[in-house]
Design a protein around this ligand. Structure first.
Ligand SMILES: Nc1ncnc2c1ncn2[C@@H]1O[C@H](COP(=O)(O)OP(=O)(O)OP(=O)(O)O)[C@@H](O)[C@H]1O
Length: 332
């Protein structure tokens, strides 16, 4: 068996109702996950990326058995999650995004020992593994303090400890570094690399492209409930090699200016974002090597009475690949 996780023709349709005066009207079917297929190889770090509402959480919940699919199947280490839920779930350690399932009124040690018992470890094993994990996460000194007194980074580490306690072959981490300061995020990324070094498989969702680029062996990009690309970060970047990128920083922006730039020949996409540190706008412009393209952008901007503060020709990053494929920024 080569694959740690196999997802086949997975679908989750939700029925939604538009309410009118408390009466249910307008029944609609919403396809949150729509025929998703992928394999996660043993020992790899696999990233699942997508804009808000793309279907990541719904997919993950079906992999961990928290949600039943409308149709399709998920196998974890060869075990069908629907047919053998208990056995399959013993193969996955999980941290869900914004996971409040660690107990703030317990200490870090009590939390991990408790979850160890839930995963069926005997008392001695739970104690030993707890100590091992506390050491590894650098939490030993604070192990006997209440989690409620911990910083966000430390709470996140305890949550990661919860995913590690069952010593499962697959570890599922949903946004593990969300809201962490750079040092804590770096620290957590090193721990994720260590999990891989032990030969375990990691499924990771993240909003940080650089993190996905650095950590993941392969990445699936999901949008509108469908996988729209799946490859190594390098290959994904190669896919938009023919696309050139220009970033311009401008003082102000309006719809007409954006429209005028979009109408320039050979320009494919214009993404506008506000840089609150600088108080200026940044346009990322995707084009296919048009002639005098920078001059044309400058002319149009000038005609719209806007000052250009900076122009840069840049190499595509994974974030640009993502924008190119989905038309959206990951942090929109
Ligand atoms: N119980 C539900 N009933 C109806 N619609 C739902 C339900 N759960 C999720 N959805 C919808 O399914 C879509 C996918 O949601 P999901 O939470 O999987 O997205 P996501 O990719 O995890 O997004 P985010 O990055 O914002 O967490 C969304 O449009 C959401 O509103």
């Amino acid at each position: 068996m080569e694959n740690a996780v196999e997802v086949r023709e997975l679908k989750k349709y939700f029925t939604t109702y538009k309410r009118k005066f408390l009466r249910k009207t307008d029944k609609k079917e919403f396809k949150a996950v729509d025929d998703v297929n992928f394999d996660i190889h043993r020992g790899e770090i696999f990233g699942l990326l997508g804009p808000n509402g793309a279907g990541k959480t719904t997919t993950i919940k079906m992999i961990t058995g928290l949600l039943r699919p409308t149709s399709g199947s998920v196998k974890v280490m060869g075990l069908d999650v629907d047919k053998n839920p208990m056995e399959a779930l013993r193969k996955i350690g999980t941290v869900l995004a914004g996971d409040r399932s660690i107990y703030w009124k317990l200490t870090a040690r009590e939390n991990l020992e408790y979850f160890g018992a839930l995963y069926g470890l005997d008392r001695k094993e739970a104690k030993n593994r707890t100590q091992e994990i506390l050491d590894r996460l650098g939490l030993t000194e604070k192990a006997d303090e209440l989690v409620e007194k911990f910083s966000t980074g430390m709470k996140q580490k305890v949550a990661l400890g919860k995913a590690l306690i069952p010593n499962a072959p697959v570890v599922l981490l949903d946004e593990p570094t969300l809201g962490l300061d750079p040092q804590s995020a770096l620290n957590l990324r090193e721990i994720i690399m260590d999990i891989k070094k032990e030969g375990r498989t990691v499924l990771l969702t993240t909003h940080y492209m650089e993190e996905a680029d650095f950590l993941c062996d392969r990445i699936a990009i999901i949008d509108g409930g469908k996988i729209i690309a799946l490859d190594t970060p390098e290959n994904l970047k190669k896919k938009i090699n023919e696309v050139k990128l220009i970033k311009i920083e401008i003082q102000k922006v309006n719809e007409k200016l954006l429209e005028d730039i979009r109408n320039i020949k050979d320009i494919q996409q214009v993404i506008n974002s506000y840089n609150s540190d600088k108080g200026s706008y940044e346009l990322t412009i995707h084009h296919v090597d048009g002639e005098d393209i920078i001059q044309k952008i400058i002319d149009v901007t000038f005609q719209n009475k806007t000052r250009i503060l900076n122009v840069n020709v840049i190499e595509p990053s994974l974030e640009d690949v993502f924008i190119h494929l989905t038309g959206k920024s990951l942090r929109e």
